[in-house]
Ligand binder design. Structure first.
Ligand SMILES: [Zn+2]
Length: 139
């Protein structure tokens, strides 16, 4: 789990890397190669740490986005519809109305139900349903 402390650590690593870069720029050319090599090693370490921390933050961010979407979808459940596996369905469709699936994105964004059309089976690796309104493809 990434927290604020990890984000701060990532930013500190990046700042350290930048500081080292500045030091490298200012090192007198008369100094020995060893000092430059040492600074470069520090730089590589700081950048590696920053990279790891950024990727942890990215994963965490994606998980939070997914959770948010899920909660948004739950929030929009009403007496009229229910949410299942990424789609909305009417609880009791009237005559001539399809029970579903309806586009989750459109319903979350503007509260309107758009029936999704099923894609031909050759496209099922990409997705099973397509929304005619927002063109989102879902499984
Ligand atoms: Zn849509």
């Amino acid at each position: 789990m990434v927290d604020i402390a990890s984000i701060s650590a990532g930013l500190t690593s990046i700042k350290t890397a930048l500081d080292i870069t500045k030091e490298l720029r200012n090192i007198d050319s008369l100094l020995k190669d060893a000092e430059v090599k040492l600074k470069l090693a520090d730089l590589i370490e700081a950048l590696s740490e920053a990279k790891i921390q950024v990727s942890e933050i990215r994963v965490e961010n994606q998980e939070l986005r997914n959770k948010l979407k899920e909660l948004e979808n739950q929030l929009y459940q009403t007496d009229e519809v229910f949410f299942d596996k990424g789609h909305y369905f009417l609880k009791s469709p009237k005559e001539g109305e399809a029970q579903g699936p309806y586009c989750a994105r459109c319903y979350s964004d503007n509260g309107k139900l758009f029936p999704e059309s099923e894609l031909p089976s050759t496209f099922h690796d990409l997705g099973r349903y397509r929304c005619p309104k927002c063109s989102s493809v879902t499984m």
